[in-house]
Design a binder for this molecule. Structure first.
Ligand SMILES: [Fe+2]
Length: 259
């Protein structure tokens, strides 16, 4: 059977969360989405609270993934331990709360593994190697299909990961930059891939935040606490269609919504 997975770009602030709540269930129906993964690490601007994580799940996400801002709202730590439907990057060390890989119910009894990984280039050089972490998790995984959110800055690191895991996972998408890339495709080995999903949040902004704050920084000003930009929002995502028999991705197409 053909099974549709929607991967939704980083939810930014209350505006992004509200937009997700208004649109995700409609998108699920419209595109017959069987499974939705939403990156939520910017729901608080930086970080995410338990209430915001629960709101993303209630909005229609099956799994919430995180990234470099996982610990900015440290109250998420207990929720990461308690709730199996939220994942922090698997290549944080084992000293960190929570998990980076989960297995969930898929169609026709198939087990769906979801992996959260984070890049090291220009982001977090102290992390464990995401490539060898993926190897380890795939060797241990009791899953029939595997989906990967690779939260990374460098396009090269994300592209290399796609080639590295091609044929071993059904879909892999990049998150973190908040800028959607136009390269959604199926790799030769059958893995669906896009370098970056983009984001769900304020459209008239710099990565979801007020432009004047970003300009101030680049002019050499003092860093201020980031504030979400006002105005209309957008949702950026990619729909992966997987053949559950051959376990190959058949298509990867952008699904974007604007106010
Ligand atoms: Fe990030």
């Amino acid at each position: 059977m053909e099974w549709n997975i929607l991967a939704v770009g980083d939810v930014v602030g209350e505006g992004g969360l509200d937009f997700l709540e208004r649109h995700l269930r409609t998108l699920r129906k419209l595109h017959r989405v069987g499974f939705a993964v939403v990156n939520g690490e910017n729901a608080s601007g930086v970080g995410i609270t338990p209430a915001q994580a629960q709101a993303i799940l209630d909005a229609g996400a099956d799994v919430v993934t995180l990234g470099n801002h996982t610990w900015n709202r440290i109250q998420i730590a207990d929720f990461l331990e308690e709730c199996p439907y939220i994942l922090r990057p698997a290549n944080y060390t084992a000293r960190c709360p929570g998990r980076g890989f989960g297995v969930y119910d898929g169609p026709r009894g198939l087990r769906v593994g979801v992996m959260s990984l984070m890049g090291r280039v220009e982001l977090s050089p102290h992390l464990e190697n995401p490539f060898t972490t993926a190897d380890r998790l795939l060797a241990e995984a009791e899953a029939d299909l595997v989906l990967v959110d690779f939260h990374a800055e460098a396009t090269s690191e994300k592209g290399a990961m796609a080639w590295y895991l091609d044929g071993r996972v059904q879909a892999l998408w990049g998150t973190h930059t908040h800028v959607p890339t136009a390269d959604a495709r199926v790799m030769p080995g059958g893995t669906g891939f896009v370098t970056d999903l983009g984001m769900t949040g304020p459209a008239e902004s710099v990565l979801g935040m007020r432009p004047e704050q970003s300009i101030n920084l680049f002019l050499g000003g003092v860093h201020q606490r980031y504030r979400e930009a006002p105005g209309p929002c957008k949702l950026e995502s990619v729909l992966f269609t997987v053949d559950t028999e051959t376990r190959r991705c058949l298509s990867a197409v952008r699904v974007d919504v604007r106010d």
